[in-house]
Design a protein around this ligand. Structure first.
Ligand code: NAP
Length: 276
């Protein structure tokens, strides 16, 4: 049976550090969730962020896009009362790309703007996409050696697979990375060669026992609902007997991602204080 790499200890440490930052803050600006007619999943995600903000004493405000995304983002950029902004994907009518193009790098809590993503590629990031950062956090917290290891990531989204690959390739981190996607051929050959396997596909139980190398580390990023139950992309019950260590769902990467998001709030708060 594999060791379980729980996310709670990792996120608790992040929240402890954040509380330190918050206790020293001289200003208490808000976090803004900028959305356009959010769907049920987005509303539920926003609700969970508001609740977590309340626990931490951080004001989180939901801002519905007006007819002018330009005016909205310009005012959020300029406001001294706004530490950072999340652009809540997907938008219904408003132009999400315009919002991302205009949002200031230092208020981009999810590392989605071109400048922040470019910094990830350069290996010197301020805000990386929180889920990719959460994977790095779990590897670091549990002292999982990455240097020189063969890491396979299944999924090439801009929020998970691609930035994670760049972070793992950074000089000094030094993984050898393969990124797979829906057009990848002989996927099993690649995944069974992985010393560290990261799955971010969005398909319940996608990674089966025979896709995993014995004694490897398996990181499950997936969030799926199956028969009303939250499950990951990895068939946990079978893979846990093959892998050396594995992140669970729930209680794995998801909780760390939220903690990283709030850590980003702490960073944007510091930047705002410096500019005053
Ligand atoms: N834990 C967290 O905090 C967190 C945060 C974000 C997302 N998630 C979860 O992570 C999962 C992925 O999210 P995402 O936003 O990255 O999803 P996404 O944008 O839909 O990307 C999914 C990726 O999986 C690839 N894929 C789909 N079917 C495949 C197949 N049969 N074989 C190989 N690759 C395949 C896709 O390939 P193509 O590019 O070729 O289409 C794509 O690159 C979802 O379950 C999501 O809910 C979790």
């Amino acid at each position: 049976m594999a060791n379980i790499l729980g996310g709670k200890d990792v996120s608790s440490k992040i929240y402890e550090d954040l509380k330190h930052t918050l206790s020293r803050a001289t200003v208490h600006p808000k976090m803004v969730l900028y959305c356009d007619q959010p769907d049920a999943a987005t509303r539920s995600y926003m609700k969970s962020i508001v609740t977590q903000g309340e626990k931490l004493g951080i004001k989180v405000e939901i801002f519905q896009a007006t007819e002018s995304v330009e005016n909205d983002i310009t005012s959020l950029n300029e406001s001294g009362d706004v530490a950072g902004v999340m652009i809540m994907h997907p938008f219904k009518d408003a132009d999400e790309m315009t919002a991302l193009r205009l949002l200031k790098q230092e208020k981009d809590l999810e590392g989605r703007t071109a400048k922040n993503l470019g910094a990830v590629v350069e290996g010197d990031w301020l805000f990386a996409p929180p889920t990719a950062e959460a994977v790095m956090e779990v590897l670091d917290y549990y002292n999982i050696e990455v240097s020189g290891k063969d890491v396979v990531i299944v999924g090439r989204s801009t929020t998970v697979g691609k930035p994670l690959a760049m972070m793992l390739l950074k000089k000094g981190i030094d993984a050898t990375v393969t990124v797979c996607h829906s057009r990848t051929t002989r996927l099993e050959e690649k995944t069974t060669a992985a010393e560290i396997l990261v799955c971010a596909v969005g398909s319940a139980g996608f990674v089966k026992r025979d896709m995993v190398k014995k004694g490897s580390t398996v990181i499950d990023v997936g969030i799926n609902f199956e028969h009303g139950k939250l499950v990951g992309d990895v068939a946990f019950d079978e893979v846990k007997d093959v892998a050396k260590e594995i992140t669970p769902v729930p209680g794995g990467i998801g909780s760390i991602t939220t903690a990283v998001l709030f850590r980003h709030y702490g960073t944007s708060l510091r930047l705002l204080e410096e500019r005053r």
